[in-house]
Design a binder for this molecule. Structure first.
Ligand SMILES: [Zn+2]
Length: 72
């Protein structure tokens, strides 16, 4: 699943690209498309950071053992 922006009409849409998928805007049928960075890929690292910060002591994965990180 990729996100594209039509450079002809500005329409944003997602497209499940297969081998024979013809890339064209569903709105104006233009093939002048700009592939967008996936929203999912951009937001994933910050989501992981938020989860690590919320982890209770002993779950942070510090090599010296639970509580050794002195952060929690
Ligand atoms: Zn278009």
């Amino acid at each position: 699943m990729f996100e594209y922006a039509c450079q002809s009409c500005g329409h944003h849409f997602e497209l499940l690209v297969r081998e024979r998928t013809r890339l064209a805007c569903p709105s104006c049928d233009s093939e002048q498309l700009a592939k967008q960075l996936s929203v999912f890929a951009v937001s994933a690292p910050s989501a992981r950071t938020a989860m690590a910060a919320a982890a209770p002591c002993g779950s942070c994965g510090h090599p010296d053992g639970p509580g050794a990180c002195r952060v929690h």
